[in-house]
Design a protein around this ligand. Sequence first.
Ligand code: GTP
Ligand code: MG
Length: 285
Amino acid sequence: MKYHYTSDFNHGTTDHDEAVHSDSAYGSSTVDTDTEDCQTLLETTFNYDEDLINKTIMVGDSGVGKTSLLVQYDQGKFIHGSFSATVGIGFTVMLLGDSAVGKTCVLVRFKDGAFLGGNFIATVGIDFRNKVVTVDNVKVKLQIWDTAGQERFRSVTHAYYRDAQALLLLYDITSKSSFDNIRAWLTEIHEYAQKDVVIMLLGNKSDMVAERVIKREEGEKLAKEYGVPFMETSAKTGVNVELAFLAVAKDLKHRAAKQPNEPKFQIHDYIESQKQKSGCCGGYM
Ligand SMILES: Nc1nc2c(ncn2[C@@H]2O[C@H](COP(=O)(O)OP(=O)(O)OP(=O)(O)O)[C@@H](O)[C@H]2O)c(=O)[nH]1
Ligand SMILES: [Mg+2]
């Protein structure tokens, strides 16, 4: 299968921390990990064969200079200053759903705390952003893949499913077709994604009360049918956006660090408990 692909993207499957820009190399120990804003990976540059997608992983002891080497290659400069180790635990989360449901806006809200209003610019191929979150006092890096919902990019998205550990599947509560298509998305997920992938269904644009055509109960019912957690979100107001990513990060982290006799992390219960904490007026519509 042929894809259009840019030339120099390194997509590590096992050690994302070394394959993407590191937070530590840029002097930040907080959350910002990518220096360029959304980097479009797939452009109409030249044809690329799926099997030849380049994957380069840098390995070596902590402190040998893997991150600095990557920054030098990427930006042509050396970052002076104190060394801080790249966080060791990282997961890949993929955003899926029809075009215009708000995937990019949800990601920007989570990453930058802002709402991308104005003209809608459809994502081309796949973009990515990194964000480090703290889960149970452990730093967890989420590499978030923002896919294009447009049909013509579907084959591109398929190539990335297998590397995703969690999928946030979005519909727009003001668009019946985007909701109806969720079943088709779930079929596709079962075909292409890892068997144990964490899936969460999100009904986005919950702020658009007057335009709503899909009731919250309908979203809940569909999610229950497929056994996946569900919540309504708004990239505009920020409602539940952070909770969605944190719940997924918590689930993945628990899976990765689970002791043999430790009970399984219950993502449904966690979401419900977090919702209740916000009380009546937290906007969990
Ligand atoms: N009111 C409101 N508008 C939103 C919300 N999320 C997204 N939008 C608007 O919906 C439109 C589409 O948002 P995008 O995030 O670009 O959609 P997308 O799912 O990334 O679309 P593709 O990249 O084509 O797959 C934009 O005009 C946004 O401003 C939301 O929560 N509330
Ligand atoms: Mg987009």
